[in-house]
Design a protein around this ligand. Structure first.
Ligand code: NDP
Length: 303
């Protein structure tokens, strides 16, 4: 069994971005990208995630802005915050930290984010591009899983991938990306009958359910690649959706929790921020006719 080390891959991606920021931006006195996070309420897990995103921005050399709104913020107040960030020329990317308090309409607010600043790629416009296979940025967790598989040279072509969970944020999107990488994909959810019979046939098993130790050893095929997206806070600390201790002996590759998919999500957020920043500055740089700052080329190179 080999560990798919999300911390290691995430660091490699962030180091590449940091190098580019130093070489192409700082050295040439070009304004660096800015990521804005909007956080509503004081959900302790969300606070940690937003803090980690801020740390990652510092690491790669981006500016970061955090807009805190109270738990009782109205739909209109959150909307106005997002619209102001859309209009702010200094902001390259906007992330609305989820989940939002129950009284807010999450879908409506996400869709207020300008697609050109939608770093989590969750607006219906950007998701449409992902499902059509015509995207510049894809939802961070889903694309993070694909990049991790590529980093470890885990082939997807012709493999049977089973994804447990069908959220837009993770399950449905990673299933689409796996299919676009030529896997044959089965999606499972809470109404799936005989789940174990399906998961036992998976060459690549992705689990995004949100239930601690939900996937047990008997549900996994010998030699499968197991990707555990779940983050569950228990008395024993953070655990995934996969019973890691027992499943690891059967898997050929497996992600740990923590240290697997989580760090990849943050690295992809940095990458998406850079990509959107460079896309939005393309015209500006072209007008300046400066080959040195040909950001289109730079954007292509990081993929
Ligand atoms: P959702 O709650 O949106 O989706 C959970 C999915 O699991 C649903 O599709 C649901 O099915 C399915 N499900 C629930 N019970 C069962 C069951 N008994 N059998 C089969 N399927 C079931 O969660 P998310 O997709 O947003 O997140 C999933 C997990 O991943 C959470 O633990 C979350 O914290 C974590 N996460 C981790 C990230 C990271 O960076 N590592 C990023 C995002 C999420 P149905 O649709 O039928 O209800």
């Amino acid at each position: 069994m080999s560990i798919l080390d999300g911390k290691l891959v995430s660091r490699a991606i962030k180091d590449k971005i940091a190098d580019r920021i130093n070489e192409q931006y700082v050295s040439n006195d070009v304004t660096v990208p800015t990521l804005a996070c909007v956080m509503v309420g004081d959900n302790p897990a969300s606070k940690i995630y937003v803090g980690n995103k801020e740390k990652a921005c510092k690491y790669v050399g981006f500016n970061s802005v955090i807009k805190y709104l109270p738990d009782n913020a109205t739909q209109r107040e959150v909307a106005e915050t997002l619209i102001a960030l859309n209009e702010d020329k200094n902001v390259s990317g906007i992330l609305l930290q989820l989940p939002l308090p129950k009284h807010l309409d999450e879908t409506a607010l996400i869709n207020l984010i300008s697609p050109s600043k939608d770093v989590d790629s969750l607006t219906v416009t950007n998701l449409g591009k992902v499902f059509a296979g015509q995207y510049a940025v894809a939802p961070c967790t889903a694309i993070g899983i694909i990049d991790m598989l590529k980093y470890y040279h885990v082939g997807m072509h012709g493999k049977h991938a089973v994804v447990v969970g069908r959220s837009l944020l993770v399950g449905k999107t990673v299933a689409t990306l796996l299919e676009q990488h030529d896997a044959t994909v089965t999606i499972c959810h809470s109404k799936t009958t005989n789940l174990a019979e399906v998961t036992k046939n998976a060459d690549i098993l992705v689990v995004a359910v949100g239930k601690p130790n939900f996937i047990t050893k008997d549900m996994v095929k010998e030699g499968a690649v197991v990707i555990d997206v779940g983050i569950n806070r228990t008395d024993k600390g953070l655990v995934g959706d996969v019973d890691f201790e027992h499943v690891k002996d059967k898997a050929s590759f497996i992600t740990p929790v923590p240290g697997g998919v989580g760090p990849m999500t943050i690295a992809e957020l940095m990458k998406n921020t850079l990509v959107l920043h460079e896309m939005s500055h393309n015209m500006h740089f072209t007008q300046e006719n400066s080959k040195k700052h040909n950001v289109r080329t730079l954007t292509k190179n990081i993929k």
